[in-house]
Design a protein around this ligand. Structure first.
Ligand code: F58
Length: 786
């Protein structure tokens, strides 16, 4: 291992050890590890082809991968050798690993789910490709200035990326705009613009290196690099225009998770990904099988939300216009090949495009959409107004639904709500189409890699089998009454808390006592996720401590992490509030040993890997009915944090698995919440009934945390609208937090509950989820390399 690293340092990086920087060493280490991934990768691709296996294609606008090196070391089980090699070379493993920038090609849960799925697909030997966009700039970086979020561009590709292989022979032309002609009775689309999509492949290695699939990310290139005529005429800027135009397509990840903006570019990005992926899939299928009737037998395509929903019309277009199939047959084959996952019920997050824009950017697809819609109206007998095109809008959810074999929700509750709300009408027409696949997360990254202390304890107690069969964690149940085991569990958690506490002090100057409850809420900033509820509880608690400073309080450190969409004013206002409240509370001599608030900026996958293993309490406090699933909630549970949460998303299933007595439940149910919201004046009534809530709002309005004017809009919305029912759930939340305090006061009992949470978290492995998709949706089988 050491020799290999030195070899790459010299021959790949072109550096002698005495001149090498951390970056040089990190690349040399990465190439050494990459060498060990390539063998299994090539074998897997060959085996899938030789055995004529069905392949799964996961189309996603986001893959929130994080760092790759540490994960590859874990999955290839190289940790001991790598540790020794780095020691021999006098290198600090932590420093090397942390030099790698996060591949942040996603916003949040949806993108991170795609990354977990890729890892599980490989760990289960399921032949698959992930298709996405190779954004030059991933999710923006977040800083705080005066407590407020400031965004700066992310630039992970400013340095060489050691994990990817550029495939110049896998390049496809992607057209936009132009017009459709009829030639000999057949439609011919003459695009007005086009770009080239070029493949960049990253191997995704599964557990123990038995299999690797490809994450194929498309970069955009101009069809002609330079307009030589203009260049020679001296117009150098204009000559480079085609290049600039193309490059914007794969330049930035869409950073908004509330409203759609930059509409035309976003639609073009979606089509760019989808068309490149489908052309690639068809080329592979034709070379391996040729017979189009076998397409659904050999290809399963999963649409990660509606972002690639143009896949329906695009596949029909390829089958009709390139392969000469009639519409009915093309549509039938496409529908039997495509499936769609819904990740949200929030109306503002359901994609819609104006028919005008769709018709202008993708004129042929607009025609095909109308054909699909009309055909569906006739064959299903549905009323015209419930279709894909409603007024002057194309509804991508309806399009994805109508073009899919299976539509799935991401938790049991969410799937039922999908049936009852967004797709109620279509569900009545197609009662077998919607199925559930509760999300999961990969235990390799989120337990084995992120939490080595707990991993060691698990390995010594129940063996290592849990890593690929997470249900084996149930073996811990037998130890839940074993004091010596619980002491070790406690020590493992405490060590993680000490490490985090050191980091919080160094980076933020926050003093976090490792014996306090570490209470963590990390996720995108969004009203429905109710970070506001959390910070209001902190204010009310602060006030109560002041009233009785010598009371029997349980010390608590509240930790927040998350980014707000740049245009989401209210979410940014909550960030500002949390930071200002922290500034006041953290320095209060009366309460500072009892309550601290930390908000480290720029929450990302790597930060999650530090925060989650150090958490005692997981905040999953969304308004019931709004969080489709959540996946952070699962990571906390398997790392031995207890949850305070509502009956929302996968919380419901987490509570069922870990047991109601090991979960801090509060708040209205989804149906109660819907009824409450419909009650006029619900916010004011609830605030007037809650002394703690009133006090918290009063302290803000008095300007105790920064200038009162800063919070007028937020306060106004809370008093008069409160669409996510912060007020209605406040007292119940406050009471549940006091139950947490009492429980934490009995360490042995707390550790027992933590142990049971881990022991019963096996269901939340993404291996279980992927097996479910393979069985119920894709009808795909694992393959063994020869
Ligand atoms: C998330 N969606 C859900 N969307 O909110 C979460 O409950 C679920 O666990 C997760 O998907 C995985 O199923 C989500 O992350 C986005 O970030 C979109 C980005 C593009 C614009 C619309 C939102």
């Amino acid at each position: 291992m050491r020799d290999q690293i030195l070899h790459h340092l010299t021959h790949t990086q072109g550096r002698g050890p005495e001149f090498a920087t951390v970056f040089d060493w990190r690349l040399a280490v990465s190439f050494t590890v990459r060498d060990l991934m390539v063998g299994p990768w090539v074998d897997a691709i060959r085996a899938a082809r030789d055995q004529g296996a069905k392949r799964v294609y996961y189309l996603s606008m986001e893959f929130l991968i994080g760092r790759i090196l540490g994960d590859a070391i874990i999955n290839l089980e190289l940790k001991p050798q790598m540790g020794d090699a780095l020691t021999l070379l006098g290198l600090d493993e932590q420093v090397i690993l942390e030099d790698e920038p996060d591949a942040a090609l996603g916003n949040g849960g949806l993108g991170r789910l795609a990354a977990c799925f890729m890892e599980s697909l490989s760990s289960l030997n399921c032949p698959a490709f992930g298709y996405g966009i190779r954004y030059e700039h991933g999710l923006f970086r977040q800083r705080f200035e005066g407590g407020q979020q400031v965004e700066t561009p992310e630039d992970w590709l400013n340095q060489p990326h050691p994990w990817e292989f550029v495939r110049i022979n896998y390049s496809y032309e992607i057209g936009f705009k132009g017009h459709v002609e009829t030639v000999d009775g057949r439609a011919v689309w003459q695009p007005g613009e086009s770009v080239i999509a070029r493949a960049h492949d990253t191997p995704v290695i599964g557990w123990q290196g038995h299999w690797a699939n490809s994450l194929r990310l498309w970069g955009a290139l101009p069809t002609t690099l330079l307009d030589l005529k203009r260049f020679n005429a001296g117009d150098h800027t204009a000559a480079a225009e085609p290049e600039a135009l193309a490059r914007t397509l794969s330049r930035v990840l869409y950073p908004d998770d509330t409203t759609e903006s930059g509409k035309e570019l976003r639609l073009k990005q979606e089509y760019f990904l989808t068309s490149a992926a489908l052309q690639d899939i068809m080329a592979r299928f034709m070379s391996e099988h040729g017979d189009l009737d076998r397409l659904p037998e050999k290809v399963a395509i999963q649409l990660n939300d509606t972002h690639p929903a143009i896949a329906g019309p695009e596949l029909i277009r390829l089958l009709m216009d390139d392969h000469g199939l009639p519409f009915a047959r093309a549509q039938d084959l496409a529908r039997r090949t495509l499936n769609y996952t819904n990740h949200t019920l929030l109306p503002e997050a359901l994609e819609r495009w104006s028919t005008w824009l769709m018709g202008r950017v993708l004129p042929r697809h607009m025609q095909i959409i109308q054909m699909i819609d009309e055909d569906h109206r006739i064959t299903s007998g549905r009323p015209a107004q419930l279709g894909i095109v409603q007024g002057d809008q194309v509804h991508m959810g309806e399009l994805a639904f109508i073009m899919a074999s299976r539509v799935n929700g991401v938790s049991a509750l969410h799937t039922e709500l999908v049936k009852d709300t967004v797709f109620a009408d279509l569900h009545k027409l197609h009662p077998d189409r919607i199925v559930n696949q509760t999300n999961g997360v990969t235990p390799r990254r989120w337990l084995r890699m992120a939490n080595p202390g707990l991993t060691l304890l698990l390995d010594e107690t129940i063996g290592t089998g849990w890593t690929k069969d997470l249900d084996q964690l149930s073996g811990l149940e037998a130890h839940a009454g074993d004091g010596a085991f619980l002491d070790r569990l406690h020590a493992a958690k405490r060590a993680n808390k000490v490490a985090l506490s050191d980091g919080l002090l160094a980076d933020l100057g926050v003093r976090a006592d490792p014996d306090a409850i570490f209470d963590v809420q990390v996720k995108r900033m969004h009203e429905y996720k109710r970070q506001l509820l959390n910070v209001l509880e902190a204010i009310a608690l602060w006030h109560r401590i002041h009233e009785a400073p010598n009371g029997n309080w349980t010390p608590r450190v509240k930790i927040f992490g998350g980014k707000a969409a740049p245009g989401y004013w209210l979410a940014k206002s909550v960030i500002h509030l949390i930071n200002d409240v922290a500034a006041t509370i953290n320095t209060d001599p009366v309460t500072r040993d009892l309550l601290q608030i930390a908000y480290p900026p720029n929450y990302n996958v790597s930060m999650a890997e530090k925060l989650i293993p150090a958490a005692d309490l997981s905040e999953q406090i969304s308004t019931a009915g709004k969080e489709a699933s959540g996946t952070g909630n699962m990571k906390f549970t398997m790392n031995g944090a207890l949850t305070i949460g509502t009956l929302d998303g996968a919380n419901v299933e987490i509570r069922e698995h870990v047991g109601a007595e090991n979960f801090f439940l509060f708040g209205l149910t989804a149906s109660e919440a819907a009824a409450e919201k419909a009650r006029p004046g619900h916010a004011r009534a609830a605030i007037e009934a809650s002394e703690n809530m009133r006090i918290a709002l009063q302290l803000i309005a008095e300007g105790r945390f920064g200038r009162a004017e800063s919070w007028y809009s937020l306060l106004d919305r809370t008093w008069n609208d409160d669409p996510f029912l912060v007020a209605s759930d406040f007292d119940s939340y406050f009471a549940a937090q006091r139950a947490v305090d009492r429980a934490y006061g009995d360490p042995a009992e707390w550790d027992r509950m933590a142990c049971l949470n881990i022991a019963r978290s096996g269901f939340f492995s993404s291996d279980r989820t992927i097996r479910g998709y393979m069985r119920d949706i894709w009808h795909a089988r694992p393959v063994t390399p020869a």
